[in-house]
Design a protein around this ligand. Structure first.
Ligand code: ARG
Length: 272
């Protein structure tokens, strides 16, 4: 576990260098080119930033309050509103593609242009994709049954732990001595198994943990990550290596922060 924490921290420090080192090669497959004339041409061909009218963005919409399916079946949430506000600044449209979290990174540059899904910037992911500047600081929490005596990282040893496939929480669970790790396609499934008594704990990002605990009040609780020595993680928007979108996204993020949009969305989606 120490090793990944160190990697996360190294990445945090590396972020400052990203603009300097991330732009040397243009992406071979920059995006789905949907220009005004190209109508339904959703071919994943290389295109200049200026030609692109629609960005296809992969997400796993079972991660409230960042992304979830609204009553109308459409993708909604903090990140959806944030990226759409940024897209307005960039003069592009966003097309959300709901998919498994574990499939997002591999799809970037072919099936999707970007990934935005509460995705922590990690050293491992940086080997295959670039990230925007971070837009949110998170930390892993531990969900347990109400009345559980689990309270520290030592208490997680030899327990049955659940998490979502391909997440940092899943990675941390695998590092815990003697733990039996169950991996789920979605966090919703993991939390359901916790509620059903099939898991001792779920390792999951803070804000979704708080939402899911609220939905299952009296049955499960969300314990703060510092009790388990989890450290801060930063969420970024993932894109192909060398993508020209880095600069545009970072500028748009700065704009929505400067004009108050970002703070308004934080106030809207986060209670604490
Ligand atoms: N922050 C964690 C990670 O990057 C979990 C993200 C899960 N996101 C989701 N939409 N299910 O691995």
């Amino acid at each position: 576990m120490k090793k990944l924490l160190a990697a996360v921290m190294a990445v945090v420090m590396c972020m400052a260098m990203l603009t300097a080192c991330g732009t040397e090669t243009p992406a071979s497959v920059a995006s789905d080119a949907v220009s005004a004339e190209a109508s339904d041409a959703a071919s994943a061909e290389a295109s200049d930033v200026a030609d692109v009218a629609t960005l296809v963005v992969g997400t796993n919409a079972e991660f409230p309050p960042f992304e979830y399916l609204g009553d109308d079946g459409e993708v909604a949430g903090f990140e959806v509103d944030l990226l759409e506000a940024m897209a307005e600044k960039m003069g592009v449209e966003i097309e959300w593609q709901n998919m498994e979290f574990g499939a997002i990174v591999a799809a970037i540059g072919t099936k999707i242009d970007l990934g935005m899904s509460g995705m922590t910037i990690t050293e491992e992911r940086l080997q295959t994709v670039d990230f925007s500047e971070p837009y949110f600081e998170a930390v892993q929490y531990v969900m347990v049954a109400e009345g559980s005596d689990i309270a520290t990282s030592d208490d997680l040893k030899n327990k049955v732990l659940g998490s979502q496939l391909g997440t940092t929480g899943n990675y941390f669970a695998e590092e815990i001595e003697g733990a039996e790790v169950k991996t789920y396609d979605t966090f919703v499934d993991a939390v359901n198994d916790l509620v059903a008594g099939r898991l001792d704990a779920v390792i999951i990002d803070k804000d979704p943990a708080i939402v899911f605990a609220g939905q299952n009040e009296g049955k499960v609780v969300a314990l703060p990550g510092d009790q388990f020595n989890f450290e801060a993680e930063l969420y970024g928007i993932a894109m192909p290596k060398g993508s020209e979108w880095a600069e545009k996204l970072n500028a748009a993020l700065a704009e929505v922060k400067a004009d108050g949009t970002y703070d308004a969305l934080i106030a809207e989606y986060f209670i604490d």
